[in-house]
Design a protein around this ligand. Structure first.
Ligand SMILES: C[S@@+](CC[C@H](N)C(=O)[O-])C[C@H]1O[C@@H](n2cnc3c(N)ncnc32)[C@H](O)[C@@H]1O
Length: 273
């Protein structure tokens, strides 16, 4: 395995051995309190809108389908999809993640509808056209973007679709925060947070690329997450984001983008990346 991939596997296995969770909840934040590795956990408190969109996307499509959870982490999306009738295959480069996913799927009662495999996302061990749906959250910036697009395109069926949630690189304040906290990221990911050019380049592999921006003004709610004003404040800031993030000059300053990929270009040659 290339050394950068070994580094990714070690980084994420270590993270999840200490703290085997990902999604935000107040109780989980309490457990993570004081752990420098999880000092960014609080930001996930404002992800409500983007998560709700992806959740709805999965639930609406996944019944009876084969779904790939690409870089599954602890498998939260896998479990949602399996509960809603999909057969799910989750892959991740971290053995600890895969072990956690298997255990969580059993606990959730979906062990028979899920399979979790340690695998490199840039070189999937699946036949062409194996999946109806691909779900990805926070993984593309750990990968070579072209290799990832090429593999997602290859394993999707011609009428298949993918949904990807990623952080964006453009906001100077968020960049300053990332520069101050290098210990929270692998060296590769620091340099590969997604940029506008890459997202637009996705059209090379997919005839249809749609994207929506999330979380800019809502970041101001983070300090209030443990107070009674949090919910109403978040609601107001979400309404403000809905306006701001329609503006072409502002939208690329968002924290996150949700990208929907469909109509995989099946007639192009496979890239040898
Ligand atoms: C930020 S985490 C996101 C995990 C998960 N998608 C979630 O929603 O919580 C990034 C994940 O990408 C995985 N990863 C990094 N490089 C990978 C690779 N080359 N192949 C497969 N998984 C990889 C890591 O092990 C980690 O679980």
């Amino acid at each position: 395995m290339e050394s950068r991939k070994k580094q990714e596997a070690e980084f994420h296995s270590h993270l999840r051995e200490d703290m085997p969770f990902q999604r935000y909840s107040a109780e989980v934040e309490e457990t993570a309190e004081g752990d420098p590795q999880w000092s960014n956990f609080k930001y996930y408190s404002i992800e409500t809108k983007s998560r709700a969109y992806v959740d709805q996307w999965i639930r609406a499509r996944c019944g009876g389908k084969r779904l790939l959870d690409y870089g599954c982490g602890n498998g939260e999306d896998s479990i949602v999809a399996a509960r809603h009738g999909a057969f799910v295959v989750g892959i991740d480069i971290s053995d600890v993640s895969i072990a956690n996913c298997k255990q969580k799927a059993l606990e959730a009662g979906v062990g028979d509808r899920t399979e979790f495999l340690m695998m490199d996302a840039e070189s999937l061990q699946f036949e062409d056209n194996s999946f109806d749906l691909v779900v990805e959250y926070g993984v593309l910036h750990h990968l070579d973007f072209s290799a990832a697009m090429n593999e997602i395109r290859r394993v999707l069926k011609p009428d298949g679709a993918a949904i990807c949630t990623e952080a964006l690189a453009h906001n100077p304040l968020i960049r300053a925060y990332r520069n101050r906290t290098p210990e929270l990221r692998t060296p590769w990911e620091v340099d590969h947070i997604l940029r506008r050019e890459q997202i637009q380049m996705a059209e090379k592999w997919f005839a249809r690329v749609d994207y929506n921006f999330y979380h800019l003004a809502t970041l101001a709610a983070v300090p209030f997450r443990k107070t009674p004003v949090f919910s109403p404040l978040l609601g107001c800031l979400e309404a403000l984001d809905a306006l701001l993030l329609r503006l072409p000059m502002i939208q690329w300053q968002a924290w996150q983008v949700v990208i929907e990929l469909s109509k995989p270009r099946k007639n192009m040659p496979l890239d040898k990346t």
